[in-house]
Write a protein that binds this ligand. Structure first.
Ligand code: C2O
Length: 473
């Protein structure tokens, strides 16, 4: 490689780190660039390096299992605490060390559109791949700091009904003597993530998503699980976790995301048709991180797809994989149409859905361009009936169909989140009740307060709605 090309590459890396593509620099010139860089330093400084990133190298560590956080032995909990203590101590003793805890949290802030950054790893197919790479380097650093490269992160398996509380290691003791604790959380040691955010209906819809665009999104849209369960758990834990810019300051973040990563792994294993994208625009996505030796590294999305052989970790079994229905293909039974105030179900659609229900098929309702308030992080319950929305009985209501979470990028909302969401709800079990109603469906959103109390009630607006059904084998 000539030195000219190397310079080009390091310039490009640098521009990307500080949030400018090559196009922007030619438009604005270097003067604007340095101003923008200073301004961003207050919110979250670019966590990268101006050096050329070295390519990620083949990992030869033994494959070790990431375990459920609530099943760790006393010795494993101690090791986890030692690792985070070392990472926190490093931040205090050498704030410039990129392996310190504050720097690690900052990496997430910058990559979710921190002020001054144009990088946004949420809301598109970057979501699963980038977070996998981030956790991988984070895990290696933790291992290095305790001198054990066989250390693996635990995962918080909120999809297991008995594990909906914060894993005890992270919650108790609830004070600064526990390196896994965070004092800003809204969720206490005895609170649980609500069933409607992570329960069977949510997990079924996620794990039976027909293809990667539904599961993991596209270049411009997010997949189903990025909303619920992922975003809902952010809101439920609250505090630092309640906004992307601060989420990395809570150690539970990494355990939450290990489970999100496991869900991806489970989805891949769930069916021979559950493939990752083959488009080179996806495979060639490049993510940059400091490794455990403070070397600035670059890894492509293609390299993270096989976590077991490439990144050297595996997961425990999935509780859903045994109970999930074996689905044949999803078929749209109604072309997308806009939601004005109400959605009429005409006789033919009613008949098709009713038939599907009695033959044991799965039925979903899809919303595109669903409008959500973006003034705060919150979870919205969706009802198919305005009176039921007013009554806000939650999952007990026959008209309740699921939740739509909104997670702000930063608490002050200086880097606004888009006001439209894509949502897909599994309504198989509720279909009979929905069809009983002869009137058109009148959808509404109800803001769910921190203690489950009713907040704002808003008519649902969306660009399009449609139904799909899948025959079960
Ligand atoms: Cu990058 Cu759960 O967020």
């Amino acid at each position: 490689m000539t030195s000219g090309r190397r310079n080009d590459e390091s310039r490009r890396d640098f521009l990307e780190q500080i949030g400018f593509g090559a196009g922007a620099i030619s438009l604005f010139g270097a003067g604007f660039l340095s101003v923008a860089r200073e301004a961003s330093a207050q919110a979250c400084a670019p966590p990268g390096s101006t050096a050329t990133a070295k390519a990620w190298r083949r990992d030869n560590r033994p494959i070790r299992q990431r375990k459920a956080a609530s099943t760790l032995s006393t010795a494993e909990v101690q090791k986890l605490r030692d690792a985070y203590k070392a990472m926190r101590d490093l931040s205090a003793s050498d704030p410039a060390d990129p392996r310190g805890f504050a720097h690690q949290a900052n990496v997430h802030c910058w990559n979710c559109g921190g002020i001054g950054s144009t990088i946004q790893v949420h809301g598109s197919w970057q979501f699963f791949a980038w977070h996998r790479a981030y956790l991988y380097f984070h895990e290696r650093i933790l291992g290095k700091l305790i001198g054990d490269m066989e250390f693996r992160l635990p995962y918080w398996d909120w999809d297991v009904p008995a594990h909906r509380k914060l894993p005890p290691a992270y919650a108790t003791p609830g004070d600064a003597s526990n390196p896994l604790w965070n004092g800003t959380r809204f969720m206490g040691a005895n609170d649980e993530v609500p069933e409607e955010d992570v329960g069977t209906d949510v997990m079924d819809a996620v794990l039976t998503a027909a293809d990667f665009s539904d599961f993991g999104g596209t270049a411009t849209s997010s997949g189903i699980p990025e909303g619920a369960p992922h975003g809902a758990v952010h809101v439920d834990v609250g505090g630092d976790m309640g906004a992307f810019g601060t989420a990395g300051k809570d150690p539970i973040f990494y355990s939450h995301h290990a489970n999100v990563d496991k869900v991806w792994s489970d989805w891949n294993k769930g069916s021979s048709t559950h493939d990752n994208p083959e488009a080179s625009a996806f495979l060639n996505l490049r993510f940059r991180f400091f490794d455990e030796n403070k070397v600035w590294r670059s890894i492509s999305a293609a390299r993270v797809l096989d976590h077991e052989s490439k990144l050297r970790y595996s997961y425990g079994p999935s509780i859903e994989s045994d109970v999930l229905p074996r689905l044949l293909e999803w078929v749209e039974v109604q072309p997308p149409r806009p939601v004005q105030r109400t959605v009429a179900i005409d006789a033919r659609l009613r008949e098709t859905l009713a038939k599907a229900a009695t033959s044991g098929a799965q039925v979903r309702i899809h919303f595109d361009g669903l409008q959500v308030p973006v003034d705060k992080s919150a979870v919205y319950s969706v009802y198919a009936d305005v009176r039921e929305a007013e009554a806000a009985r939650g999952a007990q209501s026959p008209a309740f169909i699921g939740v739509v979470p909104v997670v702000l990028n930063d608490k002050d909302n200086r880097h606004p989140t888009p006001p439209e969401r894509r949502a897909v709800f599994n309504v198989t079990k509720r279909l009979a009740q929905l069809l009983e109603r002869q009137a058109p469906l009148e959808f509404a959103l109800v803001e769910r307060g921190p203690r489950g109390e009713k907040g704002r009630v808003l008519p649902l607006r969306a660009r399009a709605v449609h139904f799909s059904v899948a025959q079960v084998e």
